[in-house]
Design a protein around this ligand. Sequence first.
Ligand SMILES: [Zn+2]
Length: 116
Amino acid sequence: MHELAIAQALVDQVQEAADAQKAKRVVSIRVVVGTLSGVDPEALRMAFTLAAEETPLQGAELAVEAVTATVRCADCQAVSTPEPPFVYCTECKSRNVAIETGRELYIKSAEIETEA
Ligand SMILES: [Zn+2]
């Protein structure tokens, strides 16, 4: 389950930012996950719960923002949105396409609670 490694990296990254701001705890984090990133949002959520244990992120809410896959066709120039995990032009069925969106995987924001 590679989601665990990804969740661990998310926790490390947010914890670093939280430490820098002398945060008491992290309330929630929002991550952007493309539908072609190979990350399953449900698995990521479970992995995140595990990775957040014993850290300021314990109990934090994980919001996953999905990004639809879009590809640009090199043959007919159409921009289309194939159904992942398949990557092809839905207009002419060509596989000669460039992925424009869908591979995203990053933290968009984190809500941090600091000492009052
Ligand atoms: Zn095409």
